[in-house]
Design a protein around this ligand. Structure first.
Ligand code: PSU
Ligand code: MN
Length: 309
């Protein structure tokens, strides 16, 4: 197979320079901007994530598809476009070639962002929450491509666990089957996005970015693939799990009544939960995104020191 992914890669000048200078880079996804959060919160929080990464000594690279190219490092005007346009496709691994060929705007999910980051040689990626096995998957077969991507692509994803809009127990079982390590950052339980704590125990727990970088380094030297670092939402913004559960149940049942299926399920439930909570979830969401970006940057810096760039 003659792979020529570099034909389709468009690195920003900043990212190009970072690669030349061996600086640590942190990838960011565009689905959270285009389909995960409303305007202008999406743009505001993206800028905060980018600043958090820069302040920690790494270089941010938002990834998105545009004009038939995989853009690694969107500039301000491009970010504005991804934050406002209504005709943006939601891209997972299976949609990349179509989106490039049709020259559509494509916002990359966790799965597509991991893949595109790895094409550019970027190993650290920060986001909010992972996709997973949806509730009722035994009927719908709705399992996010994020989970299989983690088993194929050597990128470390910093996130705040998965939303309990998913079947978290099945999601964790699936990741284990796929051989994906999950490291709790200063926690021994898998966080539930808006909620810091849960009853799902993790067996791998580390205290610092240096230790995480060391595990990642060994993981990849062994030829292993994706990893999850679960970073709980900051205490001050963590919401009560019982209240969140009520909003989620209502949102899922509203979605079913309206016949929402497939790709549309996650964005629908996310925006319905934001409505039902009268915006309470928004603060938690923004807070964890910036917190994850800062941790990802610290891991990227540590890994860079460990491996000499
Ligand atoms: N979970 C969130 N916010 C998000 C997503 C997930 O809390 O924005 C996005 C991510 O881009 C993730 C995608 O990769 O949704 C998963 O979608 P699906 O369930 O259709 O695979
Ligand atoms: Mn799905």
């Amino acid at each position: 197979m003659n792979e020529r992914f570099s034909d389709f890669l468009k690195l920003s000048n900043q990212v190009k320079k970072a690669i030349q200078d061996n600086l640590p880079i942190v990838a960011l996804e565009s689905t959270v901007i285009s389909h995960g959060l409303p305007y202008p919160d999406n743009l505001e929080v993206t800028k905060k994530m980018m600043s958090a990464i820069t302040e920690t000594g790494a270089v941010p690279a938002v990834i998105g598809l545009m004009d038939g190219l995989i853009h690694v490092g969107l500039n301000e005007d491009e970010l504005e476009l991804f934050a406002t346009r209504k005709d943006i496709l939601k891209i997972s691994r299976s949609d990349i070639a179509y989106c490039l060929s049709e020259k559509r705007l494509g916002a990359t999910t966790v799965s597509a962002t991991m893949l595109c980051a790895s094409y550019a040689g970027i190993r650290i990626f920060s986001t909010g929450g992972l996709g997973g096995v949806h509730r009722g998957a035994e009927e719908t077969f709705d399992i996010s491509a994020d989970l299989t991507e983690l088993s194929k692509t050597p990128v470390l994803v910093v996130c705040s666990g998965a939303k309990s809009i998913l079947d978290v127990s099945k999601t964790l079982e699936y990741l284990e089957t796929q051989g994906v390590p999950i490291i709790g950052y200063q926690t021994n339980c898998f966080p539930l996005f808006f909620t810091k704590e849960s009853d799902y125990r993790l067996t791998q727990c580390l205290r610092g970015p240096e230790e995480i970088a060391s595990v990642a380094d060994i993981n990849w030297k062994l030829g292993l693939t994706g990893m999850v670092v679960a970073n709980p939402v900051p205490e001050a913004d963590s919401l009560d799990s019982n209240i969140v559960e009520k909003w989620i149940k209502t949102a899922i049942s509203d979605g079913q009544k309206q016949g929402i299926k497939g790709k549309a399920v996650t964005p629908f439930v996310l925006s319905r939960v934001a409505e039902l909570s009268s915006g309470k979830t928004m603060q938690a969401n923004k807070s964890l995104l910036v917190n994850n970006a800062a941790l990802a940057a610290r891991i990227a810096v540590s890994l860079n020191t460990l491996t000499g760039g």
